[in-house]
Design a binder for this molecule. Structure first.
Ligand code: PXL
Length: 290
């Protein structure tokens, strides 16, 4: 009597009540992809931090131990562990401990989205110490999804918008040398400014993948969370790496297109609900080996 009829993800993120970020994105996206989300809320905020002032913030760091201890007593197991925005070095240590305990059987997919910054700069809450600590978390993962800014900070490299494919391949290899088998870098500036790129590497077969998409100049917080949530669901559902990337990039593009035409504050996030049902359609196959 111990069937597991559905795959399960432990999602270690904050819960920002208003706006589309972190758990408010991971739960609907993965649920539509028929995967159960088990939330490990690291903090509760009234809104996410992008563009809102005066938000309230309840740090749950000190509560997490008893929360996770209960799960240990229940002997729960997960098909994947997926972490996102983390607020302190202590939360990173707790996440590392969680990964070490719950991925003991060796079959758990560990996905780390090292949420730290965008457009060449770190978010206000991210210190240099946190960047160093994030490298430790990356070393425990199987798959990471830094954006171009986060990749440059993890490697101590300059944010150069004219970066070449050759340099990016070197970055991918160096990031995978830190631990993960698969590295996906998003938001890569393209020579053609109306495009944006995603590039990936799987060190188990040494293959590189790339796809470019229309760049929609509209900064909605939470798009990175949507991207990585789709990657997690897609890999768990048995898609190959390029198909997972196609699914995630096309979903985010669709979210942006569905949102962009409306007149409302961008800080309120993408209109996820309008396009969630597209997640169960076949993506167009656009991601190419390079
Ligand atoms: O989407 C990343 C994210 C997660 N959590 C919080 C945030 C943000 C981005 O702004 O503020 C609290």
């Amino acid at each position: 009597m111990n069937e597991k009829p559905i795959k399960r993800v432990a999602a270690i993120h904050d819960l920002s009540g208003f706006g589309k970020a972190s758990l408010n994105v991971a739960i609907p996206v993965l649920s539509v992809m028929k995967i159960q989300v088990c939330a490990v809320p690291t903090a509760i905020l009234s809104t996410h931090t992008g563009g809102f002032e005066g938000y309230t913030f309840l740090d749950l760091t000190n509560y997490l131990k008893e929360y996770i201890d209960h799960w240990k007593k229940l002997d729960l197991s997960f098909d994947a562990i997926y972490s996102g925005f983390l607020g302190s070095e202590k939360q990173i240590d707790i996440t590392i401990d969680f990964i070490e305990y719950f991925s003991k059987n060796g079959n758990t997919l560990v996905v780390v989205d090292p949420v730290m910054g965008d457009d060449g700069v770190l978010y206000p809450t991210i210190t240099n110490e946190l960047v160093q600590e994030m490298k430790k978390l990356v070393s425990k993962s199987n798959l990471i999804t830094p954006n171009f800014t986060e990749a440059s900070f993890l490697l101590g490299e300059k944010f150069d918008e004219n970066v070449s494919e050759k340099v990016l391949k070197n970055w991918l290899i160096r990031l995978s040398d830190m631990g993960p088998q698969i590295v996906i870098i998003t938001s890569i500036p393209q020579k053609n400014k109306s495009r944006t790129g995603v590039i990936a590497y799987d060190k188990s077969d040494g293959r590189f993948w790339k796809v470019t998409n229309d760049y929609i100049h509209a900064l909605y917080p939470g798009t990175g969370d949507a991207f990585t949530s789709v990657i997690v669901g897609s890999i768990l559902n048995g898609d190959s790496l390029p198909i997972a990337i196609d699914r995630a990039t096309q979903f985010v593009t669709m979210c942006l297109r569905a949102s962009h035409g409306y007149k409302y504050p961008k800080r309120e996030g993408i209109l996820l609900e309008k396009v969630l049902d597209t997640l169960n359609m076949s993506p167009q196959l656009q991601c190419k080996e390079i």
